[in-house]
Design a protein around this ligand. Structure first.
Ligand code: ADP
Ligand code: ADP
Length: 228
């Protein structure tokens, strides 16, 4: 599903953001990626989405060798990955329905399929009644659920959520992670970047800790070893 083989990333200014990272994430896993600011979390995400290329090493995602990916293959690859961002990135002058439908309209999905698929996904994230609302009429938690719906609507095999709860009240943050958990239970691989340890502690999942560009720890037993 995702593999990093001896991956290093050095930015043009000489910053070594990732150093010889080896990583394997299997299909259907749920993984938290944690680490201090500057640890390399965003760089890891950008290498997975092919926004950045490694300086050395090999990145495989959803069967694509990203180093060998042709420019024209990038859109097709990106459709296998759903992205959720800290700042939601909704289109402000489109209602909830259209924000989600837009993600399908840019592909060649039929009108009929869009009319079926969008309500289904909005129901999944608990926003069926908000289809006609504009983003600025929604709470942060609701806006993030729209963003999640948009990420899901293409049926990606992988969801990457980069600090998805960073702009959300703590009580609602739990709901977002819970929803990601549900999505994962249906078979979608989920990678969530966060620095909220309370949230990580509530879900007994694999936790990869980055520190200065290296994987400092990678474990499944986070809760059992950290909670008394
Ligand atoms: P995190 O997401 O954990 O905060 P980043 O991956 O953003 O970490 O950054 C890792 C390191 O790479 C930091 O030292 C950061 O300053 C540096 N960095 C990130 N992006 C760039 C860039 N485009 N150019 C130069 N340095 C960068
Ligand atoms: P149909 O059986 O006529 O396709 P459904 O009500 O089962 O109608 O599906 C409506 C829409 O929801 C379809 O676009 C379908 O792709 C989607 N859908 C249904 N079930 C799932 C599911 N478990 N996961 C993802 N999408 C689904």
């Amino acid at each position: 599903m995702i593999s990093f083989s001896n991956v290093s990333k050095e930015y043009p200014n000489g910053t070594h953001a990732l150093k010889d990272v080896n990583l394997f994430i299997d299909k259907g896993e749920f993984v938290f990626v944690v680490g201090a600011s500057g640890a390399g979390k965003s760089t890891l995400v950008k290498l997975i989405t092919r926004e950045e290329k490694p300086t050395s090493g090999k990145v495989m995602v959803n069967g694509y060798d990203l180093g060998a990916l042709k420019r024209r293959q990038i859109p097709k690859f990106r459709r296998t990955v759903g992205m959720v961002f800290q700042d939601f990135r909704l289109i402000p002058n489109m209602n909830v329905y259209d924000n989600v439908a837009f993600a399908l309209r840019v592909t060649n999905v039929s009108f009929r399929d869009i009319r079926r698929r969008v309500p289904y996904i909005l129901g999944l994230v608990g926003l069926a009644s908000k289809a006609r609302s504009m983003p600025d009429q929604l709470s942060g938690g609701e806006q993030q659920r729209v963003a999640l719906a948009r990420a899901l609507v293409n049926n990606p095999s992988l969801i990457i959520a980069d600090e998805p709860t960073g702009n959300i009240d703590p009580e609602l943050s739990f709901e977002i992670v819970d929803l990601l958990n549900e999505i994962n239970r249906c078979g979608t691989t989920v990678i969530m970047v966060t620095h909220e340890h309370d949230l990580v502690a509530k879900f007994n999942r694999r936790v990869i800790t980055l520190d200065s560009g290296v994987i400092a720890s990678d474990r499944n037993d986070w809760r059992s070893s950290d909670e008394s």
